[in-house]
Design a protein around this ligand. Structure first.
Ligand code: SF4
Ligand code: SF4
Ligand code: SF4
Length: 263
């Protein structure tokens, strides 16, 4: 961040392999976005225009997954060029739907989908926080753009920013939704980070934890798995739902005893 308070920070928004939905969520801020853009210099944002790349950014936002070797190279360059790196959205943070292939026989299924899958240059999906050091994560698929707005203002004002550690159930029940878990459906709301206004549950779609999982949630995961097994699901059925938005590896890591967790 700029040392002199009268200089506007240089901001970049990069996109790796993604659907670009998180970037469109930022534009959906409309008048709030215009207000924000008067406080920062947006020096790199391919979605808006082809700008001359700079050598340094105060804040870089990264949407999408480094699913190719080219993406991975760019990601490492971004880290070197940026004071603050913010991960934007599920595919960058958790690996997103791309990460499903880490759990399956990619070569076998790849042959059904791609005629020339041998030419795909990076078979293993890596989450951005595992590839480089990140300073903040704005989760979701897509992100809640108000998290983006609040984080930028916190950085401008040098105040603390973090996500509330409440489960999606909290927002789901404020919205008076019937509980799909009690109806015997696989809902990951008890272990997922809130902040989406339980948007899926409002449409009677189960939560599959696109915003990631809460901290210190081992006991809740064990209880959730027991409840679902009592409803007749196999562990494989449950793991498949955890894979959908890339949360499975975080859930499995949370279940390990502290001594076995990777440092
Ligand atoms: S997190 Fe979801 S909305 Fe955002 S870029 Fe990835 S797929 Fe698109
Ligand atoms: S439907 Fe899901 S998110 Fe809502 S209260 Fe039940 S378990 Fe929680
Ligand atoms: S309800 Fe769950 S899956 Fe849906 S947006 Fe919220 S965190 Fe993501």
């Amino acid at each position: 961040m700029p040392k002199k308070t009268n200089r506007k920070p240089n901001v970049a928004i990069f996109s790796l392999t993604s659907c670009e939905g998180c970037q469109f969520s930022i534009l959906d801020l409309s008048s709030k976005f215009l207000e924000l853009s008067s406080r920062i210099n947006i020096d790199e944002w391919r979605l808006i225009s082809d700008l001359e790349p700079k050598k340094h950014y105060d804040i870089s936002f990264i949407e999408g997954n480094p699913a190719t070797i080219k993406n991975l190279k760019l990601l490492k360059q971004i880290r070197k060029m940026s004071d603050i790196v913010v991960v934007l959205g599920n595919c960058a943070d958790l690996g997103g739907i791309w990460e499903i292939k880490n759990y399956h026989n990619y070569k076998k299924y790849g042959a059904y989908v791609y005629k020339q899958h041998q030419t795909i240059d990076n078979e293993k999906i890596i989450e951005v926080p595992k590839a480089i050091k990140v300073d903040y994560v704005i989760p979701g698929c897509p992100i809640n753009a108000h998290n983006f707005y609040d984080l930028i203002y916190s950085l401008l004002n040098k105040t603390h920013w973090s996500l509330f550690q409440n489960p999606v159930c909290w927002e789901c029940q404020i919205n008076k939704n019937p509980c799909l878990l009690q109806e015997g459906k696989i809902c990951l709301g008890p272990i997922a980070i809130s902040g989406c206004n339980a948007v899926c549950l409002n449409s009677r779609q189960e939560c599959w934890a696109c915003r990631g999982i809460l901290d210190d949630v081992k006991e809740k995961i064990e209880n959730l798995i027991k409840i679902l097994q009592n409803h007749g699901y196999s562990l494989q059925d449950i793991l498949e739902k955890m894979e959908f938005f890339g949360a499975r590896d975080r859930i499995e890591a949370a279940l390990q005893p502290p001594s076995e967790k990777k440092k």
